[in-house]
Ligand binder design. Structure first.
Ligand code: ATR
Length: 275
């Protein structure tokens, strides 16, 4: 039986076992997917088990996503750019590291707002932390023209824009209003929205009516940002789909079937969000 895992610390809130468990059952695969709680100091021992063939691979979550890169035998270039790995694939005694968060971001928008990137010119990305890196890689992968990276601490946005190069301009959150009329997509990559927190003031009314607003926060599913955007008649895409779609490449690599993100899967995971 092929065994995969999700590793993190703590790990009991991870929805990954539910997602992969539903897929294993749906596709009739003789496999398992378990949650493993490991502190950073325990990672080398887990890698030894991977190399020994006990597992076909696994997902990695907080706080281990950065640490795993140093332990992998090879790292996908995009995972290196993002600076974090969330998917491990074991093969012939070697462990290969990937980051599928950018795939999740693109898959979510492709499913919920088909054609979103076709005539898209300008994007506003809020936040300049680790999650912003995956979103920037995704937007660059899709060839998006112009990106405004806005952060509470503008210096951090400037540093990230400099590191990534290309069409990224950095600024503070207060510049949102001036940039909004030309923006076709707004992405929140900050933790604002969790626990009912909200942006002090974001001039959503200055966005064009055709703009899409998306959030990587999915607890709550409808963040205050998404609720405000929806109230203004804008298209909103919640962050749950990113979680579901980032799981696809790992499952395919471990179990040989490309799984589908269905409404049933979404409902099953949504049902756990209130807990
Ligand atoms: P992650 O890896 O999840 O992106 P992070 O690296 O800690 O986490 O980044 C968190 C992001 O949320 C940062 O952009 C942070 O802004 P700062 O760089 O100014 O700290 C942003 N953020 C978190 N809380 C915030 C708040 N209350 N107001 C504005 N921005 C906030």
């Amino acid at each position: 039986m092929k065994r995969a895992f999700v590793v993190g610390h703590p790990i009991k809130h991870s929805r990954s076992p539910l997602i992969h468990g539903i897929w294993l059952k749906a596709y009739g695969i003789d496999g398992s997917y378990e949650a493993i709680d490991v502190e950073p100091t325990g990672l080398p021992a887990l890698f030894a088990r991977l190399r020994a063939g006990e597992f076909v691979g696994g997902n990695v979550t907080i706080p281990l996503k950065e640490e795993v890169l140093a332990l992998c035998d090879s790292i996908d270039p995009l995972a290196r750019t993002i600076g974090a790995g969330n998917t491990l694939v074991a093969n012939n005694g070697k462990v290969h590291g990937f980051n599928t968060d950018f795939v999740g971001f693109l898959g979510n928008l492709d499913q919920k707002a088909p054609g979103w990137s076709e005539a898209l010119d300008q994007v506003i990305v809020l936040g300049a932390g680790g999650a912003a890196r995956a979103v920037l890689v995704a937007l660059r992968h899709r060839g998006i023209g112009s990106i405004h990276l806005l952060n509470r601490t503008p210096g951090r946005a400037r540093a990230l824009a400099h590191e990534f190069g290309g069409p990224i301009r950095a600024g503070g959150l207060e510049t949102f209003g001036a940039l909004a009329p030309a923006a076709g997509l707004v992405v929140n990559t900050t933790s604002i929205g969790m626990h009912g927190t909200r942006f002090d003031e974001l001039a959503l009314d200055r966005l064009p009516k055709s703009a899409i607003v998306t959030d990587i926060v999915y607890v709550p599913l409808v963040t205050p940002l998404l609720a405000d955007a929806k109230a203004r008649g804008l298209c909103v895409v919640d962050g749950l789909g990113m979680l579901l779609h980032q799981a696809v490449p790992g499952f395919e690599a471990w179990f040989g079937v490309r799984p589908e993100v269905t409404d049933e899967l979404r409902s099953a995971v949504t049902a756990t969000l209130g807990q």
